[in-house]
Write a protein that binds this ligand. Structure first.
Ligand code: ADP
Ligand code: MG
Length: 449
């Protein structure tokens, strides 16, 4: 069986016309002798009736004083993909192509049970394979799977986080040993920068798994970073293509198949908040453990930290702005107790003005020993701009070029970080557009291919 997984994003299933374009791509894959397995996202974007965010907003508006349970939220927002898959399967049927829709669980996608941001643990796509054998094109709901080890009998629905349908597609591709996974979207492929910022940004014909994982991780939402990682791990032939054109798109290939280029592109992750935890009050004996407990807390709640910086008296890191309220909550009034050398209790204060929870902890714990405050200072309105460069660490000079360019343009750089494949700078959000455009120009990316 020559299987091709074809994933269609929100804009590709938004209107009857768009869905027809997408369906024609599926029929054409079938004509070429593939067995297509379709993965769909929910229909449209926030504000449109069946979009993921709209469904979430409906639940949030039930009672503004009651936070919905993550479990209920997941069930609510997963409806978008269910509708989308049923509609798409029915469209295919009308075009003479027998088709069946599947929820994530029916497609055999098992997760770790973290509501809202679950990871796929494994896929047993027996029903998908069976439906193909019976002559149907399976249409699988993206963005969802089930947790089978929950506290109640029966599988619990969990969603996979933003961009999760890309992950569904790549994971299914791996489980089905697919010939190719194609991510169809509203642009021709992976570009050298966000086309909303740089109109003339060209589409790259080939990029390596490492580059695309880095580009995605650093904010280009054209492919989800987890999807790129799965594709890399299982060496799945991956493509990013447009639903609305016949362009060949971007092929994602192993590093050995592509001679390294100097700079691949410029990415940006929208909205960040920079936090600095002041550890001046922490005694040296406790320092490492305090840090470890903080990092363990972030890990437990699965918060992504960017630009971590360990200083003499502080640790700093950036978090996504939409995660910031949760991060502030999880840090606020966090108690870190120690018994040796004498009883010391640290309490984290995560906002300028001590919260009620902080005041309460302070009052309750004061009789127990020495109480020390660990204050957190917050810089809102930051953003991360990154130059993705193949094997950046082997390219002396890029750092200087980036920093001097931004300096000359009077764009302040609050923090930098690097990896094997990128250099990132934290700058004020107000300068984002200008920084992306200047860097794109500086590295002559309009000529990239
Ligand atoms: P879908 O709904 O199909 O999953 P997304 O909105 O998640 O689509 O991703 C596609 C969008 O990603 C494009 O419309 C484009 O605006 C944006 N984008 C950001 N950076 C890039 C990039 N480097 N290359 C291509 N697209 C990018
Ligand atoms: Mg997407």
């Amino acid at each position: 069986m020559k299987i091709k997984v074809m994933k269609f994003g929100g804009t590709s299933v938004r209107t009857p016309e768009a869905r027809m374009q997408a369906a024609l791509k599926v029929l054409s894959a079938k004509e070429q002798g593939y067995e297509p397995v379709v993965v769909v996202s929910a229909i449209g974007r926030r504000g449109e009736p069946y979009a993921t965010d709209t469904l979430g907003d409906v639940l949030l508006s039930v009672d503004p004083t009651t936070k919905p349970e993550p479990r209920e939220m997941d069930l609510m927002i997963s409806c978008g993909e269910i509708m989308s898959s049923v509609i798409f399967a029915t469209l295919l049927k009308g075009l003479g192509c027998p088709s069946m829709s599947f929820r994530g669980g029916q497609a055999g996608i098992r997760t770790d049970g973290v509501y809202g941001n679950a990871r796929i643990l494994g896929i047993h796509p027996v029903a998908i394979v069976e439906s193909i054998k019976r002559g149907f094109v399976p249409v699988v709901c993206g963005f969802q799977g089930v947790w089978v080890e929950g506290q109640l009998p029966g599988a619990e629905l969990t969603t996979l986080g933003r961009g999760g349908s890309d992950t569904t597609a790549c994971a299914l591709g791996a489980a089905l040993n697919a010939d190719a996974v194609e991510i169809y979207t509203d642009v021709d492929g992976v570009k050298t920068a966000d086309p909303d910022f740089v109109k003339e940004a060209p589409t790259l014909r080939k990029v390596t798994y490492d580059e695309v994982a880095e580009i995605a991780h650093l904010g280009a939402k054209v492919v989800h970073p987890r999807a790129a990682e799965i594709a890399m791990k299982f060496s799945i032939p991956l493509w990013v293509k447009s639903t609305f054109s016949e362009e060949i798109g971007t092929e994602i290939v192993p590093g050995k198949d592509l001679p390294g280029r100097r700079v691949t592109g410029v990415s940006h992750t929208g909205k960040l908040v920079y936090l600095s935890v002041n550890l001046a009050s922490v005694t040296p004996e406790h320092r490492l453990e305090v840090e470890a407990k903080l990092y363990a807390t972030f890990a437990k709640y699965r918060v992504n930290l960017y630009l971590t910086n360990i200083g003499v008296n502080s640790i700093g890191f950036a978090v996504a702005r939409d995660e910031f309220p949760a991060v502030q909550d999880m840090l606020d009034a966090l108690v870190l107790p120690f018994q040796k050398p004498e009883t010391t209790i640290y309490i984290v204060q995560s906002s300028d003005k001590p919260s009620q929870a902080f005041e309460t902890q302070l009052e309750l714990l004061s009789p127990l020993g020495d109480i020390k405050t660990v204050p957190v200072s917050v810089t809102e309105g930051c953003t991360l701009v990154s130059v993705v460069a193949y094997q950046y660490l082997q390219q002396p000079g890029v750092y200087w070029e980036v920093l001097s360019l931004l300096h000359d343009a009077q764009i302040p750089v609050l923090q930098t970080s690097d990896s094997d494949y990128s250099l990132s700078v934290l700058i004020p959000e107000s300068e984002l557009r200008r920084a992306v455009q200047l860097l794109h120009e500086k590295f002559e990316l309009t000529q990239a291919h």
